[in-house]
Design a protein around this ligand. Structure first.
Ligand SMILES: NC(=O)c1ccc[n+]([C@@H]2O[C@H](COP(=O)([O-])OP(=O)(O)OC[C@H]3O[C@@H](n4cnc5c(N)ncnc54)[C@H](OP(=O)(O)O)[C@@H]3O)[C@@H](O)[C@H]2O)c1
Length: 247
């Protein structure tokens, strides 16, 4: 059963939909009646998500996606066009956050964060922008972070990538008259973000904080749904969603 009827049924592409915020957003938007194309590298997770969503009469297709490869992002967008014939919304959500002091020189992880969080977001924009312009409209939702508003030790490079996401979103917004641009900046949110990479001590400290503070990923999904459901003339540019107790 669909939870509700959206104001307008949209074709929504979500990167990094195999866990956390992306997965919750896919579930939330499909339950609201939108047509979702979910992308990530863990296609077994996506297949399971598709089974569950379709079992509840939602529309969700999936496609293997590595946002660090421009050809993969283009194939993802082509798959959505083949399936649904248009693209209304791209949610640039895929991200990684291996935390460590800069002095550790974990340069491979710096590269990874830049590749996924910044290049991946740009590749997503490049893949949908011409199509949205042709259609005369569209909506790009970029997931930044509270870490795109403040810098903390062990998160310098991650913060730099999220400041970049906010900067490129603001530039795109200023240059666009037909495309809506929304930045969503979550605070501590329950997900798998802290499960990969980083320095042991830094990751453990962040995990301890997340255990105490984190809000469910569905809270971020609902903020994204709110931005999507506004009329085409209303561009919700920035939403910060964080735990009430987060400093
Ligand atoms: N959780 C938080 O506290 C928090 C706070 C602020 C901002 N954020 C942001 O929220 C976004 C979602 O993160 P999350 O917290 O939900 O973490 P998550 O559970 O780890 O989800 C990250 C998603 O990104 C995907 N991904 C990673 N590398 C990828 C690649 N090369 N190509 C395609 N997909 C890739 C992962 O899928 P595969 O591994 O299957 O490819 C996964 O689906 C990120 O941009 C993160 O920076 C999170």
């Amino acid at each position: 059963m669909l939870a509700s009827t959206p104001l307008e049924k949209k074709v929504v592409l979500i990167t990094g939909a195999s866990s956390g915020i992306g997965e919750a957003t896919a579930r939330h938007l499909a339950a609201a009646g939108h047509q979702v194309m979910a992308g990530a590298r863990r296609t077994d997770r996506l297949a399971e998500l598709a089974r569950e969503v379709r079992g509840a009469n939602g529309a969700l297709d999936h496609c293997a996606l590595d946002v660090t490869r421009r050809d993969s992002v283009e194939s993802f967008v082509d798959a959505a066009l083949d399936r649904y014939g248009r693209i209304d919304v791209l949610v640039n959500n895929a991200g990684v956050m291996p935390l460590a002091p800069m002095a550790d020189l974990r340069v491979d992880e710096w590269d990874r964060m830049i590749d996924v969080n910044v290049r991946g977001t740009l590749y997503g924009i490049a893949a949908v922008l011409p199509r949205m312009r042709e259609q005369g409209g569209g909506h790009i939702v970029n997931i930044a972070s509270v870490a795109g508003h403040r810098v903390d030790p062990t998160a310098a490079v991650y913060c730099a990538t999220k400041y970049a996401v906010r900067a490129l979103s603001e530039g795109l917004r200023q240059e666009s008259r037909d495309i809506r641009v929304t930045v969503i900046s979550p605070g501590f949110t329950d997900s798998e973000l802290l499960d990969r990479g980083g320095a042991v001590e830094a990751q453990a400290a962040a995990r301890a904080a997340a255990r105490q503070l984190a809000i469910p990923a569905s809270a971020v999904a609902e903020a994204i749904g709110f931005a999507l459901d506004q009329p085409a003339t209303v561009d919700v540019n920035e939403i910060v969603v964080r735990p009430t107790v987060q400093g």
